[in-house]
Design a binder for this molecule. Structure first.
Ligand SMILES: [Zn+2]
Length: 124
C-alpha cells in the first residue's frame, strides 16, 4: 500500500482537538493539506460551526483542489469508526482521512486510507 502522506504535525493535531472541543457536541470538519508527505495545514469547512451535526455533508460539497490530501472530522462519541457517509466521502478523494473521537486527544483519533483501511500516521 503506497500512501504518499506519512505524517502529521502535533501542532495540526492539537488545532483539530481544540476545534473539535469548541464544536462539541456537533461535528467539526476540515480538509488536510500536506507538504512533502507531512500534513502541515488544515482548512476549515465554511459553516461547520453553525450548529447541526452534519459536518461531513459539508465536506461532500467542498470543491477539492490538488493540494488537499484528505479530510478530518470529529465524532462526539469515543467511536472513531467511519459511518456509511464517511465511507462514501473517503472514497471520493484522499488518500488520508482522520476521525477524531471524543474526548479529542492523542488517544482518541484514527487515520484511514480512502478504502477505509486503518493506517499508522507518524506524529512529528
Ligand atoms: Zn464520521
Amino acid at each position: 500500500m503506497d500512501i504518499p502522506v506519512k505524517g502529521i504535525t502535533s501542532k495540526v493535531l492539537e488545532l483539530m482537538f481544540a476545534a473539535a472541543r469548541d464544536t462539541h457536541p456537533n461535528e467539526f470538519a476540515c480538509v488536510l493539506r500536506a507538504e512533502e508527505g507531512i500534513v502541515t495545514e488544515i482548512l476549515l469547512v465554511p459553516g461547520t460551526v453553525s450548529g447541526d451535526s452534519s459536518a461531513i455533508l459539508r465536506l461532500h460539497m467542498l470543491p477539492i483542489d490538488l493540494s488537499v490530501v484528505g479530510s478530518a472530522h470529529s465524532h462526539p462519541t469515543p467511536n472513531a469508526i467511519p459511518s456509511d457517509a464517511d465511507i462514501a466521502l473517503f472514497s471520493r478523494f484522499g488518500p488520508l482521512h482522520l476521525i477524531i473521537g471524543y474526548p479529542y486527544d492523542m488517544d482518541s483519533w484514527k487515520a484511514y486510507y480512502r478504502d477505509c483501511r486503518e493506517i499508522e500516521l507518524n506524529v512529528v
